[in-house]
Design a protein around this ligand. Structure first.
Ligand code: FE2
Ligand code: FE2
Length: 209
């Protein structure tokens, strides 16, 4: 593991432990060993942070943005503070995409270089066959499986972090559940916004060829 990934892992673990939540150490062990090496997985194959450790970096980016957004929102609407607990923001943001560690597999592929010659390059395959549960819902289930004591609002913020991008268009129930989750817990909107800011602004143009 390279130096940057080690430093990011240290920060990730420190942030999670700062929540004081039961099951954090079991969760860290699971992310390390039990789910295809979360700490070295990419955040995507062709888009943002598509390199080793990209998923870890993205998770930290979302957490940093979410904590700053929380400060701003609480300053402007102090009555929301009890519904936007710091520990919940950390847990939901750091864990929202852990499902990806189970999907991206290191691979080698032939590609033409700048001179038109075929070369073998490191890349990733996408394989949903291990546990085809979906996206946000899969991250939520994995956090529970790992033994983390996780609240309803954290589970819902993880489940719905993709907003309407993850809605089956035939399902009115899913759409209504998304809206109900947002109405119930401001944490859902905060994590959705932080994920968008991280992926579309902080990580914009951050892909390897
Ligand atoms: Fe996601
Ligand atoms: Fe994300």
């Amino acid at each position: 593991m390279n130096y940057q990934i080690e430093a990011n892992k240290e920060e990730f673990v420190k942030l999670l432990r700062s929540t004081g939540r039961e099951g954090v150490d079991d969760l860290i062990e699971y992310l390390d060993e039990g789910c295809n090496h979360f700490f070295t997985a990419p955040a995507s194959v062709n888009h943002h942070l598509n390199s080793d450790g990209g998923l870890l970096e993205h998770s930290l980016n979302v957490c940093h943005v979410a904590l700053r957004l929380r400060e701003l929102v609480v300053e402007m609407r102090p009555e929301l503070e009890p519904r936007l607990k710091r520990e919940s923001v950390i847990i939901a943001s750091l864990l929202h995409d852990i499902c990806k560690a189970d999907v991206y597999r290191p691979a080698r592929r032939k590609r033409k270089d700048a001179k038109g010659l075929w070369v073998e390059v490191d890349t990733y395959d996408v394989d949903y066959s291990n546990f085809p549960m979906g996206h946000g819902e899969k991250s939520a289930v994995m956090a529970l499986w790992a033994g983390l004591d996780i609240t309803q609002e954290e589970l819902l913020a993880i489940r719905w972090h993709m907003t309407a991008w993850d809605l089956p268009f035939q399902s009115t129930e899913a759409g209504k559940s998304l809206n109900a989750a947002r109405d119930l817990h401001p944490l859902c909107s905060l994590i959705q916004l932080a994920d968008g800011v991280a992926a579309n602004l902080l990580e914009h143009g951050n892909e390897e060829e």
